[in-house]
Design a protein around this ligand. Structure first.
Ligand SMILES: [Zn+2]
Length: 79
C-alpha cells in the first residue's frame, strides 16, 4: 500500500509504502532532503517530528542489529 505524504517544510508530495495502515518511522523528503519521524494512523499522517541525520543513522543501525539478531536465531532452511 502506498500513501502520499506532503512534506511540511516544502510542500512536495512524496510516497511511502506501508505494510500496515499504522506506521511510525523515518521519512525523508526527496526534494528538500529534510528528515522527519512521521506517525501514520489509518493511512493519514498524524504527526511530524524533525529528525537529524545522526538520529536517522542510529535508528537504522538499531534496526540493522535487530535484523542481524533475528537472522542469527532463525534456522536456516535446508538446501
Ligand atoms: Zn520537503
Amino acid at each position: 500500500m502506498m500513501i502520499t505524504i506532503k512534506c511540511p517544510k516544502c510542500g512536495t508530495e512524496g510516497s511511502q509504502s506501508l505494510l500496515e495502515p499504522d506506521y511510525e518511522g523515518p521519512y525523508r523528503c526527496w526534494k528538500c532532503r529534510e528528515l522527519f519521524t512521521i506517525k501514520i494512523e489509518g493511512n493519514e499522517v498524524k504527526s511530524w517530528e524533525p529528525l537529524t541525520e545522526e538520529e536517522m543513522e542510529e535508528e537504522q543501525e538499531r534496526r540493522r542489529q535487530i535484523e542481524e539478531l533475528k537472522a542469527k536465531f532463525k534456522k536456516q532452511p535446508p538446501d
